[in-house]
Design a protein around this ligand. Sequence first.
Ligand SMILES: [Zn+2]
Length: 267
Amino acid sequence: MKHTGDTALLLSAEDVPPIYEYNEAGRSPFLLTCDHYGRLIPRMLGDLGLPESELVRHIAWDIGIAGVAEALSKHLDAHLIVQRYSRLVIDCNRPPHVASSIPRISEATTIPGNEGISRQAAETRRAQIFDPYHRRIDEIIDQRRIASLPTVLVSLHSFTPVYAGIARPWHIGSLYHRDTHLPPLLLKLLRAEGDLVVGDNEPYAVSDETDYTIPVHGEARGLMNTGIEIRQDLISDPAGENAWADRLARIFGEIETLMRAQQLLSA
Ligand SMILES: [Zn+2]
């Protein structure tokens, strides 16, 4: 397991490291990331002042995506890196300078443990959770380059079917900004499935202010990339998780074949 730096201030011996990796020797060109995989809270932060009923909701993590990500990693033989602490502690897909990095309010819920947080406490969360996760993604991309292994970044997420009272019709969305290769291909294959409502940059679009993983590790490093958002009610049990992992494995297999034919996968 990767070391997390100085653990004296936030993470104690009883807390697990933020990063977990699956299939590190995977040979697939797809590098899978999962920023909102877990909903752990460091022991010293208690429950952030929230009842359990809030800590299991989408505000704390991406419901269902862990099972999809693990199975997809296996099917594709792809390296998967995940972050296990709740996004209510620090959101690993937000630039640390934006207000939603350590949210005082998420959807309509006030987070008492984040109210009035000191600059030092905020920096400690960054130093012990956010930074090690993103440093490790950087290292993985470097190592793949040295090994002449091509890298296509796929950032996996799930979204709540209803947000602030508004229902969302999409089953799955491709989220992107500057990559012109992967998202159109993915959208085309998702639409060809015939039974899906496909979001084209829905329910969100990627931007430099609202995202971190794709702009920093995908775009700035010149990698083809996409975010994937799956609606949470479709992956709320193992059957749903496995069905979506199977489907995405098939689709990404087709994408890999098409990319190789177009010689897009040189390291
Ligand atoms: Zn997410």
